[in-house]
Design a protein around this ligand. Structure first.
Ligand SMILES: Nc1ncnc2c1ncn2[C@@H]1O[C@H](COP(=O)(O)OP(=O)(O)O)[C@@H](O)[C@H]1O
Ligand SMILES: [Mg+2]
Length: 247
């Protein structure tokens, strides 16, 4: 077997005609999507457009939701949410190791904590962490499972602006080092453009915009204007040059 070649050619996620409804109301409506292995994709959409519904479907944690269509996703999937979901009665390292076994688990957990900048905090309680640190711990908990696909549902939504910028750098760095496929849900157009290589807009139950972000020669301002337009936001400043693409 040539796992590396396979990883490069096989899409990590493949959705065809994915439909999900709540009480007769269709939220995802025959949605098609391929996520290539190793790609960093961001997903935008209005509140209530079905972003979390889509993520839960891909994560396989939407049992009981009415739906149809076909869905292929990797075996090892990690999910990060807006709140860290650390168990308050466990210290940081046991939280990161939750459900893991094997004799090298602890070592891997410590390494993951060091990677997210939390070396030395292994024995801290979740209540002793700042919001940013808690999200770092949540990232370490995902990372230690060596996911082929990382699903993140507005993971920085509750953080202050400066912490957020630091977390952007960290997430991008982790992605570059481990190369999982990433699907990042965000409501922040700039966050999407800065972090992702591809930006999707979910609207009316389908992927309405599928934008490739070119690092070389791409214009943040143009991407921004296009995405805001797709989201129905008219902003006089939207076509302004904007910040440089990942300085
Ligand atoms: N468990 C549920 N039961 C009933 N309605 C739901 C449930 N989950 C989501 N919905 C509805 O589906 C729509 C999409 O929700 P969601 O996927 O959370 O949107 P987003 O994450 O884009 O804000 C919303 O109208 C929401 O009220
Ligand atoms: Mg949501």
């Amino acid at each position: 077997m040539a796992p590396h070649t396979q990883q490069l050619t096989r899409p990590a996620v493949r959705l065809r005609g994915l439909t999900r409804s709540f009480e007769g109301r269709t939220v995802l409506d025959g949605l098609d999507l391929d996520l290539p292995a190793g790609q960093f994709t961001a997903l935008l959409g209005h509140s209530g457009s079905g972003k979390s519904t889509l993520l839960r479907a891909i994560a396989g944690i939407d049992h009981g939701v009415a739906g149809s269509g076909t869905l292929t996703a990797p075996e090892r999937v990690s999910v990060v949410f807006q709140d860290s979901r650390l168990l308050p009665w466990r210290r940081v390292l046991p939280n990161v190791l939750l459900g893991l076994d094997g004799k090298d688990a602890e070592e891997r957990g410590r390494a993951a904590l060091a990677e997210v900048g939390l070396a030395g905090r292994e024995r801290a309680w979740p209540s002793e962490l700042s919001g940013g640190e808690a999200q770092r711990a949540a990232l370490a908990r995902s990372l230690v499972r060596e996911p082929e696909l990382l699903l993140a549902d507005e993971p920085f939504g509750a953080l202050d602006a400066l912490t957020r910028i630091k977390m952007h750098g960290l997430l991008r760095q982790l992605w570059e080092r481990h190369r999982p496929s990433v699907l990042l849900v965000t409501h922040d157009v700039d966050e999407a453009i800065v972090l992702a290589d591809r930006v999707l807009v979910l609207s009316r139950g389908r992927i309405e915009v599928d934008l490739a972000v070119e690092r070389e020669g791409g214009s943040h301002g143009e991407y921004r204007a296009r995405l805001l337009h797709a989201l129905g936001v008219t902003d006089a400043g939207a076509a302004a040059p904007g910040p440089p693409l990942r300085p």
